[in-house]
Design a binder for this molecule. Sequence first.
Ligand code: C5P
Length: 215
Amino acid sequence: KDIFKVAIDGPSGAGKSTIAKAVAKNLGIDYVDTGAMYRAVGYKASSRGVSPEDREAVKHLMEDTDIDFADGDIILDGEIINDKIRTPEISKAASLYSAIPEVREKLVEIQRKMGMRKSVIMDGRDIGTNVFRDAEYKIFLTASAKERAERRFEELTAKGQKVDFDEVLRDIEKRDHDDMTRALNPLRKAEDAVEIDTTGLSIDEVIERVLKEIK
Ligand code: C5P
């Protein structure tokens, strides 16, 4: 059987995880949400009071950290943390700690292992440019910042979180900027990636576009 990789990259709120999950199901392959892994680190480091400036402490924390997925759940050191990592605070923390080399090194190593003997679809910021540079299929998903903020606002509001739209938009723009300008593996479209602008497209339309690239 042929093993292949699908890399889906793009900015926050472009719909990467929704699309990747559906495409994985359609193709019968594993889905890996690398953003959840950076969120897990942000959650652990901030709840332990480990400052991103304290490189030595971050390094120790990473040596002592185990991140895995089981049945779509994200497991941090044996505990399911799905519900704890989808907040604006953890989004910021994830972005902050994701710029630290020791954090990226460890997570990229785990990600490459996850794709070693099976086909996977992985979403994030640096999958096509770094984690799986040789991926058979690369998709770069975008949408206008306003539309991405609207989607994120609805998602958080539906979960009962009290959020302000302008603040969500500002957070998205700040995270775009930080993710694109960091020194290590910044967010950018791989040269050989297919760009899909999802502004104004329905989820089903995007899934269809991505499946068309792969089949
Ligand atoms: O995709 P998600 O919004 O869950 O990612 C949270 C943060 O984790 C991003 O803003 C980014 O800073 C970081 N990240 C990363 N590389 C990845 C995936 C996520 O740096 N491959």
